[in-house]
Each structure stands twice: as structure tokens, then as C-alpha cells.
Design a protein around this ligand. Sequence first.
Ligand SMILES: Cc1cc2nc3c(=O)[nH]c(=O)nc-3n(C[C@H](O)[C@H](O)[C@H](O)COP(=O)(O)OP(=O)(O)OC[C@H]3O[C@@H](n4cnc5c(N)ncnc54)[C@H](O)[C@@H]3O)c2cc1C
Length: 324
Amino acid sequence: MQKNHFEDTIIAGGGPIGLACAISARRCGIDPLIVEAGAIADSIVRYPIGMGFFTTPELLEIGGHPFVCAGQKPTREEALKYYRGVVRTDALRVRSYTKLVNAQRSGDVITCTLATSSGDVTIDCKRLILATGYFGEANMMDVPGESLPFVAHYFDEAHRSSGLDVVVIGGRNSAVEAALELFRAGAHVTVVYRGTSFPQSVKYWVKPDIENRIAAGEISARLGATVLRIEPGVVIVSNANGVEESLHADRVYALTGFRADFALFRRLGIELDPDTERASVNPDTLETNVPGIYMAGSIVAGRFTSGIFIENGRFDGDKIFRCQ
Ligand SMILES: Cc1cc2nc3c(=O)[nH]c(=O)nc-3n(C[C@H](O)[C@H](O)[C@H](O)COP(=O)(O)OP(=O)(O)OC[C@H]3O[C@@H](n4cnc5c(N)ncnc54)[C@H](O)[C@@H]3O)c2cc1C
């Protein structure tokens, strides 16, 4: 394994909050290294192509850099352009496609193990900030066939499914929005959801849309249904009456949510609440129970991923870095 130099601060995760933390650090005279498992703002790269934010641009701004977009709300593409512009303007040091896989503390030094395309490297640092978000791992249903190639856990683009039979699994915002987009792109959509109705957390302007499309017979639905298994070309469910049913599918979108890499946090010695998987962090400094290791952004909310988003997580860096 290659051993590298010493860094004052390593930030794991180059999403909006990791970048915001880096700006806070730089304004305190510290030049952190950001290690990012994917591309800059990889979670936004994974949003559906062309997707619009529900947040207005000023609430997505970091480091006071103005975010100007063409419409009232930005698109995925405008946000990617904005965040890479911030990296360029503030000369943030980002090592893309470099994943933090472990970290060990010894005395005042934290040794980070990073997986790269050319093998693992280690870098020592004084301070490690975890801003790794929760899009890395999809919630699996633990049913046979969910890893078949025609099953996707991220929604990409409705056009690819025009004219096809598509089963969408899930009933929260991502699944409902995907189902509506697929329908409007000419796919024959069946939504399979274990709830008997769509939850209140579905955006108030989207919920009536899906309910009306189902009532009109334009989108099929199996509510109160459980997926039993997936086989090539078919999703087998137990419907609300407990009857086994086979649904033909050219493509399947299993949009059952995402989870943070809690195993990584445990490996680092961070204590997590067994029910919520929230780490014990000092609310004023965001330092965890492991001295020198901090958490920022959406992961601070544990399993409740909708609790912290860009608008309310973007100032976390100012808690960690308080210039003397
Ligand atoms: C479809 C969709 C629409 C949304 N719309 C909005 C909206 O309008 N407004 C809003 O405020 N929020 C919105 N959100 C939520 C928002 O995307 C998240 O709250 C936000 O991305 C969290 O920022 P973060 O920096 O904490 O984590 P992330 O943005 O998830 O960034 C974490 C980064 O860390 C990287 N990473 C993960 N593990 C490692 C590792 N071990 N080592 C190195 N790097 C790692 C990831 O690749 C990722 O780039 C939306 C989410 C989705 C899915």
C-alpha cells in the first residue's frame, strides 16, 4: 500500500456539504483535501437527468457564491455547473474517484485508508470530516433477483423506457415522480408499494397527480403489495389480498430509498444509536465520540435522511471551523 503525505484536514465526500465545509476551512486558513468516491457532487450526478430542484437557488448556495439559474428553480445540470464552479473559484482540492474505506486514530494522528483506481493509499491527518451523504447504498428488499441487470436502483431518464412495460417499486417521492415521468414518456407503468396509500411526505403537488392517474387507469398500481421475487422479465408480488401475481416488466426501478454507510462509521469507532443510527455528535462542534472525527450534512440525521438536506446542512462547516 502506498503511504502518502500528512494533511491537516481530510473531508470525505465532495457533495454540497463537503464542499461547504472545505470553504469554511479555507476561510480559517486551512486547505483541506476532499476525497470523493465519485465525481464532484456525485449524489446530484445520480439525480434523474433534467430533474428540477424543489429548493430555490439561493438556498442551495454555499460559501456565499451566488447561484443564478434560468428558471425559478435550478435543474440538476445547473446545480452541477454551480458546484463545479465553486470548486474552481475557491481552488478547492478535490481528489475524485477516491473512497474513504477506513480510518484509525493513534495519538493525535488519524490514518485514512483510501481506495483509488490504482490501489489503496493511506494519508495521515489531524482532522477527518465525514460528509459522505446517503446515496451510496440503496435500501435492498432482500428478495431474489433484485440485482438482475434489468433492475435499477437509481432512476435515470424516462425516455429510455418509452413503449416498455415498467414496474416501479416504492411509493415515496422518488418512486412516485419516476412513475409519473415514465407514464408521460409513453411507458406502461405499474407501481408496486407496500403501503395501502401514498404517504403524506409525497410532495403536495405530486400526490394528487399520481392518485388521479391511477384512478383514471393510466398508471396501474398494486398498493398493499409485497415483492416476493424478481425473475428475468417479471416481478412476482403478493397483492393486497395475499394472492401471488406476476407482473411483466421490460425494466424495473426499485426506488426504495438509500442509506448511509453505517458500517464505515462503526469501523471508525463512531457510536450510533441502535434505533435511529444517529451518531453521537456534539451539536455545537459536530465532533463525534472519536476525537478529531466530525460529521456534516445529511448523515448527521442517521436513518432519517429527509431531516437534513442542502438548505439546512450547508452551514455545518461553520460549526466545525471557528476561526480563532
Ligand atoms: C431526486 C432528489 C432531489 C432532491 N432535491 C433537493 C432539493 O431540491 N433541495 C435540497 O436541499 N435537497 C434535495 N435533495 C436532497 C439532497 O440531495 C441531499 O440532502 C444532499 O445531497 C446532501 O448533501 P451531503 O453533501 O450531505 O451529501 P451528498 O450530496 O450525498 O454528498 C456525499 C458525497 O460523498 C461521497 N461519498 C460517499 N461515501 C464516500 C466515501 N466513503 N469516501 C469518499 N466519498 C464518499 C458521495 O459520492 C457524494 O458525492 C434531493 C435528493 C434527491 C435524491
